[in-house]
Design a protein around this ligand. Structure first.
Ligand code: SF4
Length: 401
């Protein structure tokens, strides 16, 4: 008997990352067009990319949600109906919205399914009921809500409920923040957040010594909800969202794979094994992250959720390349992302199951010339390893100074 599991919703910061997320197990992806979303830094999708992305995801049974969660001025709203027409034409599965003016425009000009964005900071039953009346079919709850509270909101409204399960956190009520506007001149509620909460600040505490204290008072640890999966399932939370449209292919692939493996295991067995939980946690530590916290999933986040350190590159692994072609028993053709050498031990991440070690016993150019080092941007041949497929990520342990 298959057991019920929530949808796994992964970020798609670009067309390539959409493919990576889908192939590594995302049931749905979310992405932004060229306008109206909150990630100006992502490689937002052109119409052609959106069309290819929707076709790619739908052909593999995954859904596509488009973010329209900026807070818009009247002038911006004028351009929205044309974009909505394109989204309907492409048959996207829903749009993610926070501004009432945008919701009203969507209802006037389309039949698109509306998901309320976390930016609207919906935290309670009465608020959820009102948004439901306004046309929201799903609520992406604010990160400040516990799973228990979310279960009550779902029971009381019958709405689809989406919650964040993994990724960076925002110290304000899900984006209702203007620190970035004042410190950097970048509007966080219109896609320009400069992550000013991650900076080092000093506060004059009027200490006896008269010294002010410098620290990272407002930087949050990252959310990791893998151990909370039983609670999410028991509460029947419909969708688990992974934050990170601006993050790397490695992040999109690894996080999608780990949570997808865990949910597939539960679907087949109706439980989680603690030994598997440990190995999934180990995998989650291989991508760039701050210290992890469960945020407010269990109880409201407190002082122990502050990340007191300077931002640093702590990648345990770096992506060496992406498999372009696997010729069984002979070689892999690899699109090189970072340099590696003959004799290196790499890791291949299959779409399902455990990662595999790959010994670079030979390294050749496309024409078969032996190489001493792979060059980023080039295509090389390395030994075949059983189970490797097109689009698999190949990575290598990072060597930090
Ligand atoms: S600066 Fe920090 S708290 Fe403010 S919106 Fe950006 S991530 Fe959130």
């Amino acid at each position: 008997m298959a057991h019920w599991t929530p949808e796994l919703l992964s970020p798609a910061g670009s067309l390539e990352k959409l493919k990576v997320s889908v192939l590594y197990g995302a049931d749905a992806v979310y992405l932004g067009g060229q306008k109206f979303g909150l990630r100006q830094a992502s490689d937002n999708f052109t119409y052609e990319e959106l069309s290819e992305g929707v076709e790619f995801a739908h052909s593999r049974g995954s859904k596509v949600y488009v973010v329209l969660n900026s807070f818009l001025h009247d002038k911006d709203l004028e351009e929205l109906p044309e974009f909505l027409g394109l989204l309907e034409e492409l048959k996207v599965d829903a749009v993610i919205v926070s501004d009432l003016g945008v919701i009203s425009t969507i209802q006037k000009h389309s039949h698109l399914v509306i998901h309320l964005s976390t930016q609207a900071s919906c935290l309670n039953i009465e608020s959820a009921k009102l948004w439901q009346k306004m046309g929201a079919q799903r609520i992406v709850l604010g990160r400040e809500v516990t799973i228990k509270e979310a279960a009550k909101i779902k029971m009381a409204t019958g709405l689809e409920i989406e919650m964040f399960v993994h990724g960076s956190m925002c110290m304000s009520y899900s984006g209702n923040c203007v620190i970035s506007n004042y410190t950097q001149g970048r509007d966080s509620n219109r896609g320009g957040c400069a992550h000013s909460c991650r900076f080092e600040y000093s506060i004059d505490f009027k200490l006896e010594s008269n010294e002010s204290k410098k620290a990272y008072f407002m930087s949050s640890k990252d959310l990791e909800g893998i151990r909370m999966l039983p609670e999410f399932i028991e509460a029947r939370i419909d969708s688990l969202k992974v934050e990170g449209r601006n993050k790397s292919h490695h992040y999109a692939g690894t996080i999608s794979k780990v949570y997808s493996d865990a949910l597939s295991f539960y679907k087949a067995n109706g439980n989680f094994l603690s030994s598997d939980m440990l190995s999934w946690e180990e995998e989650l530590r291989k991508v760039s992250h701050r210290d992890y916290t469960t945020g407010s999933l269990d109880q409201y986040a407190g002082a122990d959720s502050i990340y007191n350190d300077r931002e640093q590159d702590d990648n345990e692994f770096v992506v060496s390349g992406i498999v372009l072609e696997a010729t069984v028993g002979q070689h892999l053709l690899v699109d090189v992302k970072s340099a590696f050498h003959p004799g290196d031990i790499l890791e291949v991440m299959p779409f399902r199951g455990a990662t595999q070690k790959l010994d670079v016993a030979f390294l050749q150019s496309l024409s078969g010339v032996a190489l001493l080092k792979s060059k980023p941007g080039s295509i090389v041949k390395i030994p075949y390893i059983a189970g490797a497929e097109k689009f698999n990520i190949i990575r290598k342990r990072a060597q930090h100074a």
